[in-house]
Design a protein around this ligand. Structure first.
Ligand code: FAD
Length: 311
């Protein structure tokens, strides 16, 4: 049994990849990490140092400079038959890539795995996290996306795994990279932040969202999250959305500000270690999930809390 883990990276290996390596290690076989892209020396070396990695396979081609799933999928398909499992993080990257691989291989895949029970049996959430299903697959090659928040990030070990280059194909010609709009921020990434402050629709406008949430996040060195209602209203960018259809997070501290606590939001943050809710409605659903609750008008208390926190 051996596992192929598809790495996601930017300048460095993403934390989601390290979590996926932990999940892959629990499947029981050797874990080979596949890095696809262009000019991959540094990333390959980083991947080789991670504990539990047996081998790093490098698919380097100018056509892979941008992560287009249409180009990456054939690379994975080309070597999938050598493996019992193909694993990717359940991030936008993994969710884009692995279904294509599954379709090309004509196998079922299992998504958003939160626990490995045995090599072919896994736990995964259903119905916005209200139910945990135990699922089993009999496919010869088992395709899994794993939820990064459910597995600790694998650390670097003492040794470096061997790095091998594999053959690559040409540009599939199915899609074209046009541009990307990356939010450059000094703040921690939402998916891996230790503290998250999330604002809801009640903030009322993009200006108020920024005016109240940014200083608080800055003081706490927190990432900013938003409810879907706040995103839909244009108060916050899409990539800040926490929940069933946004990012699933599990920080040490999650502060929900003017958030009602709809099931679809809870699905994305209920694994947070400590949840603090601020809402003016004492009956708001969010208080049922909160370790600490403050019934108050956010416009009144957030500036005071921010001012009271020492730099
Ligand atoms: P509201 O529900 O309008 O709540 C606002 C809260 O603010 C209320 O509790 C109110 O008491 C409080 N409030 C108002 N004024 C103040 C004040 N001055 N001070 C303090 N408190 C105040 N939602 C997500 O967040 N993430 C998802 O991924 C997501 N996915 C979805 C997927 C589907 C298929 C569907 C149908 C819905 C999804 N939703 C998701 C939407 C979700 O159902 C809720 O509509 C949304 O979470 C509500 O956002 P909210 O709490 O900001 O707004």
């Amino acid at each position: 049994m051996s596992v192929l883990l598809i790495a996601e990276f930017d300048q460095s290996l993403k934390a989601a990849t390290r979590s996926a390596i932990t999940a892959a290690s629990q499947l029981g076989g050797n874990v080979d990490v596949l890095v696809i892209g262009h000019n991959l020396d540094s990333i390959a070396q980083q991947a080789a140092r991670v504990q539990g990695v047996a081998r790093v396979l490098v698919a380097d081609n100018a056509a892979y400079a941008k992560p287009l799933a249409e180009n990456f999928a054939p690379v994975v398909v080309g070597i999938a038959a050598n493996y019992s499992h193909v694993v990717a993080p359940a991030s936008s990257f993994g969710k884009n890539l692995l279904p294509r691989v599954a379709a090309l291989l004509d196998v079922d895949m299992v998504s958003e795995v939160t626990k490995i029970i045995d090599p072919s049996t896994y736990l995964r959430p259903l119905y916005a996290g209200n139910l945990n299903a135990t699922v089993q697959t009999a496919e010869a090659v088992k395709l899994l996306t794993v939820r990064p928040t459910a597995f600790t990030a694998a650390k670097d070990g003492d040794q470096s795994a061997p790095i091998e280059t594999i053959a690559t194909g040409a540009d599939a010609g199915l899609s074209r990279y046009i541009s990307e709009n990356i939010q450059v921020s000094e703040r921690p990434e939402l998916g891996t932040a230790r503290v998250i402050v999330t604002g809801g629709r009640s903030l009322g406008s993009a200006e108020k969202f920024e005016e109240l949430m940014s200083p608080l996040a800055g003081k706490l060195n927190a990432a900013i999250g938003a409810t879907r209602a706040a995103v839909d209203a244009g108060f916050a960018p899409n990539e800040w959305q926490v929940g069933q259809t946004g990012t699933v997070v599990a920080p040490d501290v999650y502060i929900a500000i003017g958030v009602s606590g709809a099931a679809q939001h809870i699905a994305g943050m209920k694994e947070s270690r400590t949840i603090i809710a601020i809402n003016q409605d004492p009956d708001a659903q969010i208080f049922q999930w909160a370790d600490y609750g403050l019934v108050a008008d956010l416009f009144d208390v957030i500036p005071k809390i921010t001012a009271a926190i020492k730099n």
